[in-house]
Design a protein around this ligand. Structure first.
Ligand code: ASP
Length: 335
């Protein structure tokens, strides 16, 4: 009996040891992204990469120029967003953005750098480069988020140009909308185009930025997900970053970008993490997801990229290896 017990005990010990070793190896797999730190990247040659929501060629061009010249990821995403903020034909960002229901163009933006610093401005009028203002909040104030008049005063105090952001064509669109004044919180899936950008530079550092005029004909004072840390944008330089576009209320309620980064930290690829974040929205009880669009893009520390949307026709731009492309995203609601 004693001999049998010894064999049994040895077997239990061996099986136990095997199980512990197996669990440890699983665990190290699940956090493998976290292991790709700047230290380990120093020995590898980093291929700079930038991605941006929708198809804004000027933005990807401006951001890629910064990276080609060896600039930082933060400079790249800022310059990319600025290109669209200055584009009066884009009615969802910067000058020419569609106004709220009272006819005021109000802009929201945020940035996050590789140190995990964050700066944002919300409800800003008469200043088109709100992405740069958000960066100034992050770098030159003790605060993270400034709103409305206070943000405008800060902008004026540091010499930001003031101008009327309501262009003739956006004013005309608003006047036509006013005839019926039909505000539908359930948005048309073409009615939004926030630009969110994520970049990794030659040092392997990741930063992100997001800028928008928010939903057209929104209630005065409405703020969406885009300037809110963890919702519209989140960056963790040890893991990766994510940015959102679409119906901000739904992204806010699921803290989508933070969720994606945390899922990547647990071992999911950017693609898997974006899909899971969209499923959180569509699987909510009584979700009317068929009536609105939400889209995510994400990048991890290895430079892998993912994207996913509820509806078809979301796309993103990518620059890497000297080439820019527009890629149609996969989506949940298949015909
Ligand atoms: N996410 C933005 C917002 O809700 C809208 C957009 O993506 O255009 O303000």
């Amino acid at each position: 009996m004693k001999g049998k017990n010894r064999i049994k005990n040895t077997m239990i010990f061996t099986v136990g040891l095997f199980a512990i070793t197996f669990l440890q190896s699983c665990n190290s797999n699940t956090v493998s992204n976290k292991k790709v730190t700047n230290e380990s990247l120093k020995t590898e040659k980093i291929t700079p990469i930038v991605i941006g929501t929708w198809n804004f060629p000027k933005a990807i061009e401006a951001a890629s120029q910064v990276l080609k010249n060896g600039g930082s990821a933060l400079d790249a995403v800022e310059q990319g967003c600025r290109a669209e903020e200055a584009n009066a034909e884009n009615q969802t960002v910067g000058i020419g953005g569609l106004p709220d229901r009272d006819g005021n163009v109000t802009l929201d933006a945020c940035v996050m750098n590789e140190k995990g610093d964050y700066g944002a401005v919300v409800g800003v009028q008469n200043i088109k480069h709100v992405v740069s203002l958000a960066r100034k909040v992050m770098e030159d104030t003790p605060h993270a988020l400034l709103s409305g008049r206070g943000a405008e005063q800060f902008a004026e105090s540091i010499g930001f140009q003031q101008e009327d952001l309501l262009t003739e064509s956006s004013k005309k669109a608003w006047e036509e909308w006013k005839i019926k004044s039909e505000y539908k919180p359930i948005i048309n899936i073409e009615n939004h185009d926030t630009i969110g950008m994520l970049a990794m530079d030659v040092e392997g550092n990741i930063s992100g930025a997001c800028t928008t005029s928010g939903l057209a004909y929104k209630m005065a004072g409405r703020i969406g997900d885009s300037p809110v840390v963890g919702a519209g944008l989140f960056v963790d330089n040890e893991v990766g970053a994510a940015v959102a576009t679409g119906l901000g209320e739904e992204v806010l309620k699921t803290v989508g970008s933070f969720l994606i980064v945390e899922l990547m930290r647990q071992g999911k690829s950017p693609q898997e993490a974006c899909e899971e974040a969209i499923k959180r929205i569509v699987n909510k009880p009584n979700s009317n997801y068929k009536d609105f669009q939400v889209c995510y893009i994400a990048i991890n520390k290895k430079g892998e990229v993912g994207s996913y949307a509820i509806h078809e026709w979301f796309s993103y731009n990518i620059y890497t290896n000297g080439e820019s492309k527009n890629i149609k995203s996969d989506f949940y609601l298949k015909p």
